[in-house]
Design a protein around this ligand. Structure first.
Ligand SMILES: C[S@@+](CC[C@H](N)C(=O)[O-])C[C@H]1O[C@@H](n2cnc3c(N)ncnc32)[C@H](O)[C@@H]1O
Length: 329
């Protein structure tokens, strides 16, 4: 398989793929990886590839011309993927889909992103590695390359791929190695039994149990037999809120509104339980209800709106505005 990457920062790709499994896949000719500097397609003396956004706003946008020329020069019959926080979530199924192709071109955006017209005309799909915003598409492109490379035939032993998390829609169960006992904690006896059928059964049951516990939303689409589905353990009930945690939070200076938001119970319940636990409540006037001015200012600097901050802290927007005013003084 061949992967071409278009980026403003080609050096970022040097060390991650110079070692370990991807390096071996490259050396063995199973993966051909070529990293291209987008500035190589710029036409002016300063090698400019971006410009200010129409309509104003912060940051720069990749200009259509150098990007289109670069993609068209590289793509031949390849599939063009733009790494984007707005793309479909990149998951194991997407990795498998890309690994089945002969040629993929990965475009790593930067700054504010890419002129929309190029996405419409030259990009086959947009992929996101998660619901957060990174400074550039380089690390997402590396994530895609790594996940795809290990699926290429002969790169990793096929049997280890079969058991891995997400391959059949389940997380993998726990793994152990020697010694059989470490600091008093023993490896499950079945793994030492040499009984391969029992080990397989145990691993399968652990994978199902772990998926139900940690990622219950995956279980519906997982490949389970009807008998396994019928035996599915019930998801663990939401952990009860302990009095000790409420008391510790309150004694550390956090107000009852904020504790309520943190533990998902009402402020009245928090106060009632604190009183029942023998805590003398601070007078409402003296108490700082909600977050401190410094905390709100720090969160505000990440770009959240007043409304989002109010929801985050479980307080009113008036409280948020008040804290922001205090922080500005
Ligand atoms: C600062 S981001 C631009 C974010 C863009 N203005 C938006 O709101 O969607 C710069 C570049 O990083 C890459 N990027 C950021 N977050 C990403 C994610 N979660 N998955 C894939 N690429 C991402 C994209 O290539 C993007 O063009």
């Amino acid at each position: 398989m061949r992967i071409d990457v278009l980026t403003l920062f080609p050096k970022m790709f040097e060390s991650p793929f110079a070692e370990s499994i991807v390096a071996r896949a490259r050396a063995a000719g199973k993966l051909e990886l070529a990293i291209h500097d987008l500035r190589g397609w710029a036409t002016d003396r300063h090698r400019t590839v971006d410009d200010v956004p129409y309509g104003g706003g912060a940051g720069m946008v990749f200009s259509p011309e150098p990007l289109a020329t670069a993609i068209r020069a590289l793509r031949s019959r390849g599939h063009v993927v733009l790494l984007s926080a707005q793309g479909r979530l990149f998951d194991e199924a997407a990795a498998r889909r890309l690994a089945a192709l002969d040629h993929v071109v990965l475009v790593a955006g930067h700054y504010e992103g890419v002129d929309e017209r190029i996405i419409e005309t030259d990009v086959d799909e947009e992929l996101s590695i998660g619901d957060y915003v990174l400074t550039g598409g380089e690390i997402p492109a590396m994530v895609v390359i790594d996940a795809v490379a290990r699926l290429l035939p002969g790169v990793i032993d096929a049997s280890s791929l079969r058991e891995e998390s997400h391959t059949v829609g389940l997380l993998e169960g726990p793994q152990y190695t020697r010694p059989p006992e470490f600091e008093g904690r023993k490896v499950p006896a079945v793994l030492l039994s040499g009984d391969h059928a029992s080990i397989e059964k145990w691993r399968r049951a652990e994978a199902i149990r772990r998926t139900v516990e940690r990622r219950p939303e995956l279980i519906d689409a997982a490949e389970l037999t009807p008998a396994e589905r019928a035996r599915l353990p019930r998801p663990a009930a939401k952990a009860a809120v302990r009095d000790a945690d409420l008391v510790a939070a309150y004694r550390s200076g956090v107000g009852s509104y904020r504790i309520a938001a943190r533990f998902g119970i009402s402020p009245a319940t928090v106060r009632a339980r604190l009183r029942a636990a023998g805590v003398r409540l601070r007078s409402a006037r003296g108490a700082q209800r909600g977050p401190t001015a410094a905390e709100v200012a720090r969160m505000r600097a990440t770009g959240l709106t007043v409304r989002e901050l109010a929801r985050h802290y479980g307080v009113s927007h008036v409280t948020i505005l008040d804290r922001l005013k205090k922080a500005a003084k």
